[in-house]
Design a protein around this ligand. Structure first.
Ligand code: ADP
Ligand code: MG
Length: 279
């Protein structure tokens, strides 16, 4: 650990512990707030990259929005600190690991998948109604708490990731476009809410199938399939699940289903947990 991660910007308020995970541009550590003894997850990002791409103001705006977005299915951002070289995001610690560790052994039952999907859509709908879009929904951003509740991370921070990518800094590490909507690949202007719905469609497919809807060795072949919305549902999908996924993976963002219509679909409504009723 770099010495400035131990003190500096953290003003002695947090003690950093073990590494919990790392993503495309950040490292996430377990940390303890020494003032109240509470554990948090501390995301540490190199500042140099951010300054290079002129993102400081945008990040500040995004962060102020994120602090207002409080929802049981979204990882809470407690505070943001900065040192000379790094930005620190103190976040709610989520202890149950990534959702996709659950399907590493195979697909989920439809009723189990529905429970996670309902929480995902509830979080997405909540943020969209406040003008906040994720734009980078994928398995590693879906965590589970100890009770098995789904928590979306990195909400509102996506613009940050996007700009780093445009700078070319992340091109080699940003991985697969498997979850990205066709209009996002096309780099035309796009509607963040429609792009999020596409990604949720891919996530639902993966939960029910145990594999990706658009999977090709060759990346250009994968793009082609995404552009055409060319996928097949396996025979074990119920007809209601099939119908919903087809409406979410509509390559035309204008006719793609909305969150309110998703929540009104027969597959979604089959069993609504008490925690999501009357929302
Ligand atoms: P990046 O934005 O660089 O992709 P992430 O925010 O996705 O970084 O974090 C990387 C990894 O750290 C995640 O995949 C997850 O395993 C772990 N992680 C992130 N946030 C938390 C959190 N709030 N609680 C526990 N683990 C987390
Ligand atoms: Mg991430």
């Amino acid at each position: 650990m770099a010495p400035e991660e131990k003190c500096g910007a953290l003003n002695g308020k947090y003690e950093l512990g073990r590494l919990l995970g790392h993503g495309t541009f950040a490292k996430v550590y377990h940390a303890r707030n020494v003032q109240n003894g509470k554990s948090v997850a501390m995301k540490v990002v190199g500042k140099e990259k951010v300054i290079k791409v002129g993102m400081m103001d945008q990040i500040k705006r995004e962060i102020s929005v994120m602090k207002m977005v409080k929802n049981p299915n979204i990882v809470e951002l407690h505070e943001v600190m900065a040192s000379k070289t790094k930005i620190y995001f103190a976040m709610e610690l989520v202890r149950g690991g990534e959702l996709f560790a659950k399907i590493a052994k195979g697909k989920l039952r439809e009723d189990v998948a529905r429970g996670y999907f309902q929480q995902l859509i509830s979080a997405i709908d909540f943020c969209h109604s406040r003008g906040v879009f994720h734009r980078d929904l994928k398995p590693e951003n879906l965590l589970l708490d100890e009770e098995g509740n789904l928590k979306v991370t990195d909400f509102g921070l996506s613009a940050f990731t996007e700009h780093l990518r445009q700078d070319g800094l992340l091109h080699t590490t940003c991985g697969t476009p498997a979850y990205v909507a066709p209009e996002v690949i096309g780099k035309k202007g796009y509607d963040g809410s429609k792009a999020d719905i596409w990604s949720c469609g891919v996530i639902l497919y993966v939960l029910l199938a145990g594999f990706l809807p658009f999977q090709e060795e060759n990346i250009m072949a994968m793009y082609k399939k995404i552009y055409r919305g060319d996928f097949k549902c396996p025979p074990w999908f119920s007809s209601e699940a099939r119908r919903l996924i087809t409406k979410m993976l509509d390559p035309n963002p204008n006719s793609r289903i909305t969150t309110s219509k998703i929540m009104d679909s027969s597959w979604f409504k089959k069993s609504i947990p008490r925690t999501l009723r009357n929302k």
